[in-house]
Write a protein that binds this ligand. Structure first.
Ligand SMILES: [Zn+2]
Length: 167
């Protein structure tokens, strides 16, 4: 798997700046965040924020080393050596379990909605509030979540069919 897949993924998940940063890492192998900021003329705080996002997505990794001159730790970043397919497989699993939880919740209850402000209530919450909106005192109406459930089912099906190995 080439760095191009990682670069494309970085752009898709974290945007254009992330792509530029990861392209620099691809070229230089290992760079400190100060050097990335300097090289790309970006705000160092922003660079660190994007690197942390990329790290959370497991697209980059870092090495920490004490700078003998300034006495602080410096962080040296590089592109992950994990296979992209595995990173994507994990993302898929995580997203699926999240969607399934939401679907389960949507199916488990009857919901109500405030016709004025659109706030949604579970049956227990609606009951607790005497079927009135606690914000605008409007009488609640039953909320039809058929469409929400349909969209969730569709998303789950699509995600299950998606195979990162086929990249
Ligand atoms: Zn309301």
């Amino acid at each position: 798997m080439s760095n191009e897949a990682i670069i494309a993924l970085a752009r898709k998940i974290h945007g254009e700046r992330a792509e530029i940063i990861i392209r620099l890492l691809a070229e230089k192998i290992e760079v400190s965040d100060e050097d990335i900021a300097r090289e790309l003329k970006l705000d160092p705080a922003e660079v660190r924020r994007i690197l942390n996002e990329l790290f959370e997505s497991r697209l980059v990794k870092y090495r920490r080393a004490r700078d003998e001159v300034i006495g602080w730790y410096k962080y040296y970043w590089r592109i992950t050596d994990e296979p992209v397919a595995r990173i994507l497989e994990d993302r898929k699993r995580l997203t699926l379990s999240l969607l399934e939880k939401v679907l389960e919740y949507e199916r488990s209850d009857e919901f109500f909605v405030c016709p004025k402000c659109g706030k949604r209530f579970s049956s227990a919450e609606a009951d607790e509030n005497g079927y009135m909106c606690d914000e605008c005192r409007e009488v609640l109406e039953p909320y039809d979540n058929t469409e929400v459930i349909r969209k969730l089912e569709q998303a789950i099906k699509k995600l299950r069919e998606y195979n990162p190995e086929a990249l």
